[in-house]
Design a protein around this ligand. Structure first.
Ligand code: GDP
Length: 298
């Protein structure tokens, strides 16, 4: 499976270290827990999630009277899985008329992700309209148009510097006229001016409230997994600006920092909905915590 091959480095990073601890220690003591903790933090699971996982492991060890370090392996895997639990994850935009906002800072893979998502939905026989509402960057619209062509979907754009809300307004009109299933909006992600970003998103949201009141709404934040803890920090900042309903972690192929998926779900309680595993249109996968844990540890 591609998910497994894409996670090779993350697997090496977390699991190899973990297993050498399980095999290297002859008893469960403070040093044992400390080394495990260090391995998880180095594996980008985040400080808070790591602390919770280790606490939970300690409790399980105590309750179940575990004596052998190796017996902790399964317990640790269970704790990681529990930390990742964000409840049921809905993908309703695949089932009814939906508006999906995609946010992310430059270079994280936002445009690529929108293209991949458009292709995926098109493959499911959905009618997709793209709105190029990140009008701040000159090249953004052009690049998105290339992806729209690749995916075979229509794109509505505006002039550079145009009001993003007016682009969305035009896109909604097109979506209604074509009876589109999904309106995918490329929106800005300029975190250095949070107040502006907040206002911009509010304004776009008002257009949707007015024009598309019954649509299912989704706000996806795209994060670059290779940036590790920085991706977690970005997720937190975006979460202060707007209500995020899902995360897309890009560049999971070839990074050793895939553990960030654990940190994000544990700390923010927001589901990672997709992962990017390459640069082509097919390289977007639905993320599933259970499968992720399996791919890493089994
Ligand atoms: P944007 O500035 O956020 O819109 O980023 P782009 O979509 O232009 O992507 C930036 C770079 O990252 C491009 O070279 C993409 O091909 C690359 N990229 C995006 N997603 C992935 C991914 O999942 N894996 C890999 N390896 N590269 C990716």
């Amino acid at each position: 499976r591609r998910l497994v091959s894409g996670l090779t480095k993350t697997r090496d990073n977390i699991v190899s270290g973990m297993d050498s601890i399980f095999h290297g220690f002859s008893r469960i003591d403070d040093d044992f827990y400390e080394e495990l903790e260090e391995t998880l933090i180095m594996g980008d699971l985040g400080v808070r999630a790591t602390m919770d996982i280790i606490e939970d492991l300690k409790e399980k060890v105590k309750e179940q009277h575990i004596k052998e370090p190796l017996e902790c392996r399964q317990l640790l895997i269970d704790s990681i899985r529990e930390q990742m639990d964000v409840g049921e994850t809905a993908y309703e935009f695949e089932n009814r008329t939906s508006v999906v906002f995609v946010i992310g800072v430059n270079g994280v893979g936002k445009t690529t992700t929108i293209g991949k998502l458009a292709g995926k939905l098109k493959d499911q026989n959905k009618k997709v309209i793209l709105a190029a509402a990140d009008t701040f960057r000159a090249a953004a619209g052009e690049q998105l148009r290339e992806w729209a062509n690749r995916a075979g979907v229509e794109m509505i754009g505006g002039q550079e510097g145009a009001d993003p809300a007016s682009v969305v307004y035009d896109a909604v009109a097109a979506a209604k006229a074509r009876k589109a299933d999904v309106l995918l909006c490329d929106t800005a992600g300029r975190l250095h001016n949070k107040k502006n970003l907040m206002e911009e998103l509010k304004k776009i949201n008002r257009v949707i409230d007015r024009e598309y009141p019954d649509a299912f709404r989704e706000t996806l934040v795209v994060l670059d997994a290779t940036t590790g803890q920085n991706a977690l920090a970005q997720a937190k900042e975006f979460n202060e600006v707007t209500d995020i309903t899902g995360i897309v972690l890009t560049k999971m192929d070839g990074t050793a920092k895939g553990g960030i998926a654990v940190a994000i779900q544990a700390e923010l309680g927001i589901p990672v909905k997709y992962i990017g595993v390459g640069e082509t249109i097919d390289d977007l996968q639905k993320f599933d915590s259970e499968e992720f844990v399996k791919a890493l540890f089994y």
